[in-house]
Design a protein around this ligand. Structure first.
Ligand code: ZN
Length: 242
C-alpha cells in the first residue's frame, strides 16, 4: 500500500494543488490528512472540497476546531486568532460539516494519525523534542505515528533499546522492531526555511518514508491573503517558509 500523507494545508489552495499534482506520478493508493486544513490562508472552502474528495481519512487540527468553536481561539497567537475569526465567518455549510466530523485520532493496521500528540490529543500540544516523543511512543499501538502541527518535517525513532533519536532525512528506510513518529511537515505554511509545500509518501510494502517538497505559486497565495483582508504577515511568511 502506498499512502499519501499530508498536513497543515491551512487554506493554501495553490500549495495543495501543487501537492496533489506531485502525488499523481506516485501511484498513491490512499490519502490521509492530519489536520489544520483551514486557517491562515484565503481558500478554506476550496481546500476542504479537494481534501474531502481525495482523502480516506482526515483528523482534526486546532485551527479546524477553532474555526467552528470547538477549541478556544484565545489559545492561539494574534495572527492565528485573526485568521480563525476570518475563517469562521467565511466558511460555507459543507466546510463546516466536514470540520465538525473530524476525529482527533485514527488508527489502522499500519499506522496512527494525530495532529499534535497522542497524550491529550485534544490539547494540541507540540511534539518538538524527545521527551514529547517519548510520551507519544508510550501510548502508540502501531509501529508508526504520523503527525503535523509544528510544520517541521522530521522523524523521531525509538529503537529496541528504548533510545529516542531525531532525523531529518528526506528518504528513510524503516527497521523492524523500531517505532517511528513521522512529522510530515506542512503543505500550506512550511516553517523549516524551505518555502515549498511539504508532503509525505509512505510505502508499507518497501517500508520506506519519503518527505517531499513541491514548488507552487507563492506570490499568488500571498496576494490572495492580503486581498482577503487577512494579516499581511501571513502572506509574507510564505515567501521565506518561516
Ligand atoms: Zn498548523
Amino acid at each position: 500500500m502506498r499512502y499519501g500523507i499530508f498536513s497543515d494545508v491551512h487554506s493554501n489552495l495553490e500549495a495543495l494543488e501543487a501537492v496533489i499534482e506531485a502525488y499523481k506520478s506516485e501511484a498513491i493508493d490512499k490519502y490521509f490528512c492530519i489536520g489544520d486544513s483551514v486557517g491562515y490562508g484565503a481558500n478554506p472552502n476550496e481546500c476542504v472540497a479537494k481534501i474531502k474528495a481525495i482523502t480516506a481519512v482526515a483528523v482534526a487540527g486546532n485551527h479546524d476546531q477553532a474555526s467552528i468553536n470547538l477549541y478556544p481561539a484565545d489559545n492561539l497567537n494574534s495572527f492565528a486568532r485573526q485568521a480563525v475569526l476570518w475563517t469562521a465567518d467565511y466558511i460555507n455549510e459543507e466546510t463546516r460539516y466536514f470540520l465538525e466530523g473530524l476525529k482527533l485520532t485514527f488508527k489502522n493496521e499500519d499506522l496512527t494519525l494525530v495532529h499534535g500528540t497522542l497524550d491529550n490529543p485534544e490539547e494540541f500540544n507540540y511534539l518538538s523534542d524527545s521527551d514529547d516523543a517519548w510520551r507519544t511512543f508510550g501510548i502508540l499501538q502501531t509501529n508508526l505515528c504520523f503527525i503535523g502541527h509544528t510544520h517541521l518535517p522530521g522523524i523521531f525513532i525509538r529503537d529496541m533499546l528504548d533510545n529516542v533519536f531525531y532525523r531529518q532525512d528526506p528518504s528513510f528506510k524503516l527497521k523492524q522492531g523500531n517505532k517511528y513518529i513521522i512529522n510530515v511537515g506542512s503543505v500550506g505554511q512550511p516553517r523549516d526555511g524551505d518555502p515549498r509545500a511539504g508532503f509525505c509518501i509512505f510505502d508499507s510494502g518497501s517500508q520506506t518514508i519519503h518527505l517531499e517538497r513541491a514548488a507552487y505559486d507563492i506570490a499568488q497565495a500571498r496576494r490572495k491573503i492580503i486581498e482577503a483582508g487577512l494579516p499581511q504577515y501571513l502572506g509574507d511568511r510564505l515567501l521565506s517558509g518561516r
